[in-house]
Design a protein around this ligand. Structure first.
Ligand SMILES: [Zn+2]
Ligand SMILES: [Zn+2]
Length: 168
């Protein structure tokens, strides 16, 4: 293989990997590769761009609150990797999680941190905190203010805390 061929193969492999990753993300929303191709026809230039626009549509219009939450979370991951603002997506993901608890009649939630490696002092200071779903919706303690964690990008703030139902 020449160097040019190697470069070409690398690009093709990168594109293949990107497509596989996009398809696997979409499968969690019961969507297929066809959705991706539709977006490309509508003007998306890359798989990632197509994926983001599909996820935004799910986040804004799905009747399933869990899908809305997961779409925002996936968008946060993609934007963090691309060096774009992502905290708002984390906040929306947390909000839809709370709205789903509310829908299910859950009264109180507890904050669960992601463990020592994936949480920062700010996250840990809220570990185990219990509050009503209504208070959580008002105060929005997740994503934690002043979080210093990153995922793969450079901008700190990728708080991995989550709410669990507190049934006591
Ligand atoms: Zn946190
Ligand atoms: Zn943190």
């Amino acid at each position: 293989m020449t160097e040019a061929e190697a470069k070409e193969a690398e690009l093709l492999w990168g594109a293949y990997e990107q497509r596989q990753r996009a398809v696997s993300t979409l499968s969690a929303f019961d969507l297929s590769e066809r959705e991706l191709e539709n977006r490309m026809r509508l003007g998306a230039r890359t798989d990632v761009e197509a994926l983001k626009s599909i996820l935004l549509a799910v986040a804004n219009t799905s009747v399933d609150l869990h899908h809305r939450k997961m779409a925002h979370y996936q968008l946060a991951i993609l934007e963090e990797r691309d060096g774009q603002p992502y905290r708002e997506h984390l906040a929306w993901a947390a909000k839809y999680q709370l709205l789903r608890f509310e829908q299910d009649g859950v009264q109180k939630v507890r904050i669960l941190t992601a463990g020592e490696l994936d949480s920062c002092p700010s996250c840990q200071s809220q570990s185990g905190r219990v509050l009503s779903v209504g208070d959580a919706l008002c105060q929005m303690p997740i994503p934690c203010a002043g979080c210093t964690r990153t995922l793969v990008g450079e901008a700190p703030g990728f708080c991995r805390c989550m709410y669990v139902a507190d049934l006591n």
